[in-house]
Design a binder for this molecule. Sequence first.
Ligand SMILES: *Cc1c(COP(=O)(O)O)cnc(C)c1O
Length: 231
Amino acid sequence: MRLEQNYRDVIRRIDAASARAGRPSEKVTLVAVTKSAEPDWIRELIGLGAGDLGESRPQQLVERTEQISGPVRWHLVGHLQRNKARRVLPLVSLIHSVDSLRLLSALERLGDEMNLEPRVLLEVNISGEARKHGFTPDELTAHWDEVLACRHVRIEGLMTMAPLSDDPETSRPVFRGLRELRDRLAAASPPSFTLPHLSMGMSDDFEAAIEEGATIVRIGTSLFEGLTSNA
Ligand SMILES: *Cc1c(COP(=O)(O)O)cnc(C)c1O
């Protein structure tokens, strides 16, 4: 009951934010981040229609894909160590969190070797917080030729995390900054390289993110709050 209410409420808020932004709501993909969820909750969520699930830790993603079956696309939203990439690559639909050229070239080599074309987003540290993973905007711009040289990895857009805050308006300039960076990078790329996706917005700020152009929102807490663990 509670999960269904939470899910319907999140969908309603995504639709409303999309309408405010004058964008069709089917342009925004909800990734349900399941890192704190019981397996039963995840199964119920899939039954309600959630088709995109995300985990932040590679090991937990591997375990989830063993626990949970069904028509699900898995997303890795957290840091990927290069030595975990081989295990995770065949399981994921989209890696949101490619945060270094070293990881990108490791994925490029694995894509070649495993005959895969991994779909990825590049994580950018727009807010400039020292503890955060991700490229700085300057770094990404300076190395853009190396990004464009990838032949196996499919780079579909950018991802960012806003600073923790109670006020979604503090996230808005970060989201806008990611969109503007995407526009500049796309303009510096061949026409076929459009970086269509912006993964930005979590439980506390996904509406502002959609208004600023998010095509993917990553939501955990708002879906699972109020549920009691039976463990
Ligand atoms: C946990 C997590 C989320 C979801 O955050 P909530 O605030 O629980 O909605 C989104 N993105 C990443 C990278 C996360 O680790």
